[in-house]
Design a protein around this ligand. Structure first.
Ligand SMILES: [Zn+2]
Length: 625
């Protein structure tokens, strides 16, 4: 196990240093699917036509598909992994009880599924350009050897017939979730794996992140008339469906018979989710240039929380659009379903029975994934921190600036505290780790969500928050629909700030080095105050040192880090800033002479903004007695 993980780290280190190119090629998919659901057996059959365009410079001799639902079978890799994590004690509660590392939603539940409760996806036939192909199912991955290769810059047509059984809900997908939603249909169809400039990504479904090919989806779902459907895409036949999709005042004419066929189209997305329930309440809210849809099961709580959520979305969007860029589709659906919150293109499945603030928080988090998972769509398995971390950062800002009681606070304190807890736990791993291969859920979770958010907030400390914010816009403009990697992101920030940041990426992503700067000594010489700052950690950083004198003056002493080759702009024009010579990281300490006797100094503080993730702040501040 350890050896395998070592290899994975080496592969990832290589990928982080790959060069940036904004004209990066993308494979392209065009799916046409027609599925028919038997709600009495929870099975469905499907026909899938896939036009696959190889825009790469490479000849492809085989292709891979995801068969995610095969994970919900006893003995699957997901089952094995969950049970192994259940043996690791990661913390203790106040009574001394050990908290085990497994996901409370999964635990050993997969091992107990009966044949009628498991999930599966069985490929019944597969042809390429009309010729029958042979394939092999390896757990959640379908390996297809091609009889003729796919040449660069060419399109082939795959025709597949498949049969699936909807699992009892364990994780994300499935039937009868804990809040009673009938069908949460994510990862529900055989899906072509992504091939990019880092190669194929046939990542077995163990637990976590996703990665897909952009393209156009045309999906027809035939199901019992009683069900209301929600999902990715635009409904093409609202007047044959009704259920709140029809334009107000339009007459709905449903076909005779037991079933209805729902026809959705979704342009330029990398996945397609849907959910169904016989009792969905459906409301809509016009927001800017798109319509937000809300699907929930009405009860005493949701009767007030979900309409209130709908009313909160326009203000949230005004903030999001200004800071992170515009939402590019005409529709987004907040859908009660799944087992927490999970993002998909143009839709999310979220738990819906909680209190208002929890509902708002999860809704904003999942919706922000439309930017970092939907549009920017870094390979989440390789760079989960660029998806979950950036999403967390944007979520915290959006919530913090739209809820009155939170305005004016620093919104990232929680992320820093989680990161510090992980450092203390001893379970920390470099965030270059593949999402599925972390030793613990604890390290994966904090690294991806919290350290990823710290990465961005601390970057604001290094290059200035205004540069970081402008860089986020530039990242959105230059890289959406192009699957950027970590190197691409830091290049954007280098261009925006004019500073060298390779070292920051290296230390933050590929190591578990820790920042710890300390006020080492303060003394008076020749009527001036001499301050020595020591690098007590092993991660170099530029230094902001705030000096306050007893007569009420404030001075910011700024020491750039030599390998930045430049200074961040003054972030606060109301405080005088003195820029010192750069600190060469090879030098263990740095000496500043203040133009005042020690008796006049009131206080000294390294990074009063606390954006630098200094693991020991007890040595950062000195106050005169
Ligand atoms: Zn997330």
């Amino acid at each position: 196990m350890k050896r395998i993980i070592g290899l994975v780290v080496m592969v990832l280190l290589g990928s982080v240093t790959a060069s940036a190119q904004t004209d990066r090629w993308q494979q392209r998919v065009k799916y046409k699917m027609d599925v028919s659901v038997d709600v009495s057996t929870h099975r469905f059959t499907g026909k899938q036509q896939l036009a696959y365009t190889n825009n790469s410079p490479d000849t492809l001799f085989r292709v891979f598909y995801h068969l995610y639902w095969n994970a919900f079978q006893p003995g699957s890799m997901m089952d094995q992994r969950s049970q192994e994590l259940g043996k690791i004690g990661v913390s203790k509660d106040s009574k001394g009880n050990i908290k085990y590392d497994w996901d409370a939603r999964v635990t050993d539940r997969i091992s107990k599924l009966t044949p009628n409760e498991i999930g599966y996806q069985k490929v019944l036939s597969l042809r390429m350009n009309g010729r029958q192909l042979s394939w092999k199912t390896e757990g959640t991955i379908l390996v297809v050897e091609l009889d003729k290769p796919i040449l660069p810059k060419s399109t082939v047509n795959f025709d597949m017939e498949f049969e699936s059984q909807v699992p009892v809900q364990i994780r994300r997908s499935g039937r009868e979730n804990s809040e009673g939603v009938d069908y949460s249909m994510s990862q529900w169809y055989p899906k072509m794996c992504e091939y990019d400039n880092e190669g194929w990504h046939p990542t077995p479904y163990i637990a976590r992140e996703f990665y897909g090919v952009w393209g156009d989806y045309d999906v027809k779902i035939t199901i019992d008339k009683k069900y209301v459907l929600a999902g990715t895409g635009y409904l093409q036949n609202p007047n044959q469906i009704g259920y709140g999709y029809e334009a107000p005042g339009t007459k709905v004419t449903r076909a005779a018979g037991k079933n209805l066929t729902w026809h959705f189209v979704a342009p330029n997305v990398h996945d397609f989710v849907w959910a169904a329930d016989t009792d969905y309440k459906h409301i809509t809210k016009k927001v800017d240039n798109f319509t937000a849809h809300f699907f929930y099961l009405e009860n005493e709580t949701t009767r007030s929380t979900w309409p209130q959520l709908a009313e909160m979305i326009p203000a949230a969007y005004a903030y999001i659009k200004k800071h992170f860029g515009a939402y590019p589709y005409e529709q987004y659906s907040f859908i009660q379903g799944g087992d927490g919150g999970m993002e998909y293109p143009m839709a999310t499945l979220i738990m819906g029975n909680g209190k208002m603030n929890g509902l708002y928080n999860v809704a904003i988090h999942e919706w922000m994934h439309s930017w970092y998972q939907g549009m920017l769509a870094t390979n989440e398995s390789l760079y989960p921190w660029m998806d979950e971390g950036f999403t967390t950062f944007a979520e915290d800002l959006t919530i913090g600036n739209t809820i009155d009681s939170l305005k004016g606070n620093w919104h990232h304190e929680g992320s820093y505290n989680n990161y510090f807890r992980l450092v203390r736990s001893g379970f920390e791993e470099p965030i270059s780790m593949h999402a599925d291969h972390y030793h613990t859920n604890l390290a994966y979770g904090v690294s991806s969500y919290s350290k990823g958010a710290v990465f961005l907030e601390q970057l604001g400390y290094v290059i200035g928050a205004a540069n970081r914010d402008a860089g986020l816009h530039r990242y959105y403009r230059d890289w959406r629909f192009k699957h950027p990697n970590a190197r691409d992101f830091i290049r954007v920030m280098e261009k925006e700030s004019g500073l060298q940041l390779d070292w920051y990426l290296q230390y933050m992503v590929n190591t578990t080095r820790h920042i710890n700067y300390a006020l080492d000594s303060i003394h008076e010489a020749n009527g001036k105050t001499v301050v020595v700052i020591r690098n007590a950690g092993d991660f170099p950083m530029p230094i902001d040192l705030l000096v306050e004198t007893k007569d009420g003056r404030k001075e910011m002493h700024y020491i750039p880090q030599s390998i930045m080759f430049g200074n961040k702009p003054n972030e606060d024009e109301s405080v005088k800033r003195i820029v010192h010579d750069s600190w060469q990281w090879t030098q263990p300490s740095y000496r500043i002479v203040l133009d005042a006797p020690l008796s006049q100094i009131k206080s000294l503080e390294i990074d009063p903004s606390q954006r630098m993730a200094d693991v020991d702040r007890s040595n950062n501040k000195a106050v005169s007695k």
